[in-house]
Design a protein around this ligand. Structure first.
Ligand code: SF4
Ligand code: SF4
Length: 482
């Protein structure tokens, strides 16, 4: 149990003085009742568990060709596209229905409350490392092309979640390790929904704080968030355990203006959190860059310069440079310059963190433009792959596979759409930055000077993303898509 004095409801916290939410999904007819039901989460998790088991089965026993296997097509074309659209339209629906956490209850029974996660790891550094390592492994092992490897990754997720949950309290797998969760946490900061409470006075008088401590009837918040003080979607897996545990039915899943948390002073000014969102932005571009011809030219040049053809090593150097060193160097340089131009004598950490929330919209837009490309061009591939899977198991309901299905949209629409998405993301980042400047600086000219280095950085990222999308992108995981 968390000490009650650690979870006091304090009025001075920013972003908390607002009236009860007008739009609460948990009060919606039918869907609200389903979500709050004791086994409500299972309604989402069980279908996803069945799909995960099916993918594991086809991954190990089905066709070895990626574009004909359910595991590779579903995970690398459909999952990613649907997840990011869900994040844009509603919120972190994948974590809400995540099948990897189903064994949580079993794991908790095995471990009791579990040990505390080591203090040194209670930050986002491990999440940054795991996120970049996952992108690296995807590239090095060509996960998109390997049905068996994809199935093994799914099993690895189940095993990782179970073991960490069994050993430690605080859902450390979701909060500190899981690369999918890390992606969803950062992306969901632009989403139009967030956990909050209906009446903070009820929370103030609440003796048990069951939403976080749990009750005999329901688990408390696994990631140890306290709903009346939740100001951000970072770390919230949308499991709604808090809503089920609250004896006063006081938790709300509120609709909000998309990205509201980015313009309020709600993010901690920490190196790890700020660096995470910068890595999220730089990897949005470098992940797409890894699928266009200049990336292979870069690898060839590096091989010549280092006199080695060791592919894992060359990729590791490229990934470390583009996904870690570059955001660190660019972020530190922009922070230092911003501080100097604004004439502020403040810790570099504060300058580094100030505009970190403004990275989120642009980064989200680049990921969206990239994953939407794969989804639009490859979505219909699922039909013949499913037909072929059923036929191979003696079921002919869906008929013979039609491998000639086309893209969801005409090919020449895609680049203009990607361009529009990136430009909207860039404009949203500027809007967030302008609001941050208004809040943090005494006059518009000082705010403008402080913003300038960051503006140049975002312009560079947006230009790099658009240049990458303009190049022919490698088709991956689907016959039609890339
Ligand atoms: S259990 Fe309910 S009333 Fe009590 S602090 Fe949590 S959300 Fe508020
Ligand atoms: S606040 Fe905690 S319990 Fe509530 S939805 Fe978020 S992660 Fe789940």
């Amino acid at each position: 149990m968390i000490a009650l004095d650690e979870i006091e409801v304090r009025d001075e916290e920013p972003g908390l003085h607002r009236p009860p939410p007008r739009w609460d999904v948990l009060r919606a007819p039918v869907i609200g009742r389903l979500l709050r039901a004791r086994r409500g989460r299972l309604l989402l998790q069980l279908p996803l568990l069945l799909i995960a088991l099916l993918l594991i089965y086809d991954g190990f026993t089905g066709p070895p060709l990626a574009s004909q296997n359910l595991a590779t097509v579903s995970v690398w074309v459909h999952y990613r596209g649907l997840v990011i659209v869900a994040l844009l339209l509603f919120g972190n629906l994948f974590c809400m229905g995540c099948p990897f956490t189903i064994p949580r209850t079993v794991a908790l029974r095995l471990s009791g409350r579990g040990r505390r996660w080591p203090r040194a790891l209670r930050n986002k550094w491990l999440a940054v490392a795991a996120f970049v390592a996952f992108l690296y492994l995807y590239e090095w092992l060509d996960l998109w092309a390997g049905p068996e490897l994809t199935a093994a990754v799914i099993i690895g997720y189940f095993a990782g979640a179970f073991v960490l949950e069994a050993l430690f309290a605080e859902s450390p797998f979701c909060k500190y390790v899981c690369p999918l969760g890390t992606f969803n946490f950062v992306a969901s900061t632009v989403s139009p929904s967030q956990i909050t409470v209906r009446d903070r006075e009820v929370c103030r008088a609440c003796p048990g704080k069951e939403c976080v401590n749990g009750s005999p009837r329901a688990l408390g918040c696994g990631t140890e968030l306290f709903p009346p003080t939740v100001r951000s979607n970072l770390d919230c897996v949308f499991c709604l355990d808090c809503a089920r545990a609250c004896p006063y039915d006081n938790v709300a899943l509120a609709l909000r203006p998309p990205g509201r948390e980015l313009v309020e002073a709600t993010w901690p000014r920490r190196w790890d959190v700020s660096f995470l969102v910068m890595v999220f932005a730089f990897t949005a571009v470098s992940n797409a860059f890894g699928m266009v011809p200049p990336f292979y030219d870069l690898q060839l040049w590096l091989a010549g310069a280092l006199g080695t053809t060791n592919e894992p090593l060359l990729l590791a150097i490229t990934f470390a440079a583009l996904s870690l060193a570059l955001p660190a160097a660019a972020g530190l340089a922009a922070a230092g310059l911003s501080r100097t131009l604004a004439g502020r004598a403040e810790p570099l950490r504060v300058s580094f963190s100030r505009y970190a929330p403004a990275f989120a919209p642009l980064a989200f837009a680049v990921w969206l433009a990239h994953y939407a490309f794969h989804f639009i061009t490859g979505a219909t591939t699922l039909v013949p792959v499913l037909q072929s899977f059923l036929l191979a198991h003696g079921i002919a309901w869906l008929g013979e596979p039609n491998w000639a299905l086309g893209s969801l949209l005409p090919g020449d629409w895609i680049l203009p759409l990607q361009t529009a998405v990136v430009l909207i993301g860039f404009a949203a980042s500027l809007f967030v930055a302008q609001r941050i400047g208004q809040r943090d600086f005494e006059s518009p000219p000082v705010a403008m000077r402080a913003l300038l280095p960051w503006l140049i950085l975002w312009l560079g990222l947006a230009a790099a993303a658009l240049a990458t999308f303009n190049l022919p992108m490698e088709m991956r995981g689907a016959l039609l898509g890339g």
